[in-house]
Ligand binder design. Structure first.
Ligand SMILES: Cc1cc2nc3c(=O)[nH]c(=O)nc-3n(C[C@H](O)[C@H](O)[C@H](O)COP(=O)(O)OP(=O)(O)OC[C@H]3O[C@@H](n4cnc5c(N)ncnc54)[C@H](O)[C@@H]3O)c2cc1C
Length: 281
């Protein structure tokens, strides 16, 4: 490796990335460094760590905007995140251990786009939007349209993620998140599920279910969402959601889990989320 740039502004980071498309874009490095010894060294590094614009959380009346280089540790304890979108703080708290949380960033998790990326089902349930920056300007991409397949996304070669914008959930929205792994802490997920369920006058007016580790990429469970809509948040609806889910996901068997176990766990989680949504005031 011969080149190293540490841009101080987002504009400089975009320019550096565009000028050196074959250089590694480095945030926390917690994904990139895992296989570093088994790959050829990149010709250079664009290190985003010095870019203040890529770190921090701001809020307006309707949204919370998280800069892409914000670490999990910053997210876990942030008062607006905890108050408005606690499922993101909960997912962040289950990513690795303290060392990983202190280095790893939300932008890195999104670009790595692993089917077991823990924040990704949460971003689906919260209907987050990504702000992408390139020399051609900025564009917004709903996170639900960002991933295209196994670790593939619509991010163009010259684009960086600048920020993630999350709408503040409307009153009456119940949020839920659960990661299931081999142990309570520091495990790679077998299944993760996140939900935003809006209850009005005793009925579910809409639901968003985000799931991880049950497909080649994080997915929204559209049929399960439809099965919940217009019904009371109770056990019958939970069962209808589980039946719909069985028709729409085809989990795989791999070293971490078996397909039928993954389906059963995903069904149980969504069922529980629906029933619990009915118990909350
Ligand atoms: C021991 C260990 C435990 C882990 N546990 C978990 C876990 O429990 N759950 C989980 O989901 N993940 C886990 N991870 C994976 C990793 O920590 C996360 O995915 C983390 O969020 C990655 O962020 P990063 O900043 O370190 O990314 P990096 O490694 O710096 O980058 C990852 C990718 O994103 C790109 N990138 C980063 N920022 C941007 C940007 N702003 N714009 C464009 N491209 C960008 C990089 O070029 C690279 O392709 C673990 C990793 C380790 C090593």
């Amino acid at each position: 490796m011969t080149g190293y740039l540490r841009p101080a502004t987002l504009a400089d980071a975009v320019a550096a990335h565009a000028a050196h498309p074959d250089w590694m874009v480095l945030a926390g490095g917690t994904d990139l460094m895992v296989n570093a010894n088994h790959r050829s060294a990149p010709p250079g590094i664009v290190d985003l760590c010095g870019c203040a614009e890529l770190r921090g959380i701001v809020r307006d009346a309707d949204t919370i905007r998280i800069a892409a280089g914000t670490t999990w540790l910053d997210i876990i304890g942030h008062e607006w995140v905890v108050a408005q979108v606690p499922i993101l703080a909960a997912a962040a708290g289950e990513i690795g251990a303290l060392q990983i949380q202190a280095r790893g960033t939300i932008g890195g998790n999104i670009v790595t786009s692993s089917p077991v990326g823990d924040s990704l089902p949460v971003l689906l349930a919260l209907d987050a939007t990504l702000e992408l920056a390139s020399p051609r300007g900025r564009r917004d991409v709903p996170y639900r349209s960002f991933t295209t397949g196994y670790r593939t996304t619509v991010l163009a070669a010259d684009e960086l993620i600048a920020a993630i914008t999350i709408p503040v959930p409307a009153a009456g929205t119940r949020l839920a998140w659960r990661k299931v792994g081999t142990r309570a802490a520091q495990s790679i997920s077998k299944v993760m599920a996140a939900a935003a369920i809006h209850v009005e006058h005793g009925l579910i007016s809409w639901a968003r279910f985000g799931l991880g580790a049950v497909a080649e990429r994080p997915i929204r469970a559209a049929a399960a969402e439809a099965a919940a809509t217009g019904r009371p948040p109770d056990a019958d609806t939970g069962r209808a959601v589980a039946v719909a889910l069985a028709d729409e996901i085809r989990p795989i068997t791999d070293v971490r889990s078996a397909a039928d176990y993954r389906l059963e766990v995903a069904q149980s989680l969504l069922m529980r989320f629906v029933i619990n949504a009915g118990k909350l005031p």
